[in-house]
Design a protein around this ligand. Structure first.
Ligand code: NAD
Length: 330
């Protein structure tokens, strides 16, 4: 099947290409992000393959449908970047990757937490410059601390399991509680209570209308003073400007993020030789108790391999008219 692959980086070309060896779909790799301006690049293709910062709104879907596109395959779990209703109305099927190493993201969240708490990135920069002073590098033991997990699905549960191994007390908040979290010794409580009692809060719920800015100024006013916030889920879960204020006042003791509200125009590209005009991200990276990574939590050999195989399988299933097991819910 002819498929336009947007936001294609070197690793996408290599690993999607490998996954496609047996299937032999005709893949058109495009470095551009999908947008109103670039949608025409999919001309002649029946499928487009996208990533998290591609624009897949009603207008773009309309252009794609007009060119004969009938399938959108996102190389991600989250599909908040896709207007699912518009796709359905236009007769475009949307598939995602529901199951790929959730360990990759959970392990990265733990890594971010350790890095910000124990100042590992700062220490590494210091020692490269011959500075072995410990001043300013003090962290706290995670053992015995309370960790609040918002969203106890696949990733949240693995994160919780690792934190249980550290000897943390687990509290959770989820619209749909699961026995797996409770089996780890986790206790479900309301979100306000979770914010108030947690030394660490880690976000693992999807970005939905109801979870947009779930961590806003009011929520940050409720957190235990000095709390560390970890977000490896979606940038829109946190009101970043409110987080900046909470960092300035000391209400938030640390922030570790792999995702950022305005990441679409920044992430997955090298902007080191340009002037970055986003003042919020620039302010964030200037804090000594903040660590920002560019949406790389999923980026392991295991996860990428699975993402690419599932994507190719979905395209094949669509072509053969089979049931799409990874179709997004209506
Ligand atoms: P999942 O569906 O297994 O778990 C999500 C959990 O959130 C579910 O338990 C669900 O009940 C819960 N939830 C839904 N609505 C909620 C609400 N209003 N309040 C609280 N909880 C709610 O998904 P997952 O595989 O664990 O992935 C979680 C998120 O991680 C994804 O939505 C995605 O945004 C993010 N993610 C990030 C990366 C990355 O590289 N940074 C990679 C993959 C996934």
């Amino acid at each position: 099947m002819k498929t336009a692959v947007f936001s294609a980086r070197r690793y996408d070309k290599t690993m999607l290409g490998q996954a496609n060896e047996a299937a032999g779909h005709e893949l058109r790799f495009l470095e551009d992000r999908l947008s109103r301006e670039t949608a025409m690049l999919a001309r002649g293709c029946e499928a487009v393959c996208v990533f998290v910062n591609d624009t897949v709104d009603a207008e773009v879907l309309g252009i794609l449908a007009g060119q004969g596109v009938r399938l959108v395959a996102t190389r991600s779990t989250g599909y908040n970047h896709i207007d699912a209703h518009a796709a359905r109305d236009l007769g475009i099927a949307v598939v995602r990757v529901t199951d790929y190493s959730p360990n990759s993201v959970a392990e990265f969240a733990v890594g971010l937490l350790l890095a910000v708490n124990r100042k590992i990135a700062r220490a590494s920069v210091r020692t490269r410059e011959g500075n072995f002073d410990l001043d300013g590098l003090m962290g706290f033991d995670l053992h015995g601390k309370t960790v609040g997990v918002i969203g106890t699905g696949k990733i949240g549960t693995i994160f919780a399991r690792i934190m249980a191994g550290f000897g943390c007390t687990l509290v959770g908040y989820d619209r749909y509680p699961t026995p797996a979290f409770e089996a780890l010794g986790g206790r479900y409580i309301g979100v306000d209570e979770l914010l108030a009692c947690s030394d660490v809060v880690s976000l693992h719920c999807p970005l939905l209308e109801e979870t947009h800015h779930i961590v806003n100024a009011a929520a940050l006013a409720r957190v235990k003073r000095g709390c560390m916030l970890v977000n490896t889920s979606r940038g829109g879960l946190v009101d970043t400007e409110a987080a900046v204020q909470a960092l300035k006042s000391g209400q938030l003791g640390g922030l570790a993020i792999d995702v950022y509200e305005q990441e679409a125009s920044l992430f997955f590209q090298d902007l080191s030789s340009t002037i970055i005009t986003d003042d919020v991200i620039q302010r964030l990276v200037s804090f000594p108790n903040v660590i920002v990574t560019g949406h790389q939590a999923f980026f392991t050999v295991e996860a990428i391999g699975q993402i690419m195989r599932t994507t190719i399988d979905s395209i094949g299933a669509f072509e053969r008219g089979e049931e799409l097991v990874n179709r997004i819910p209506d």
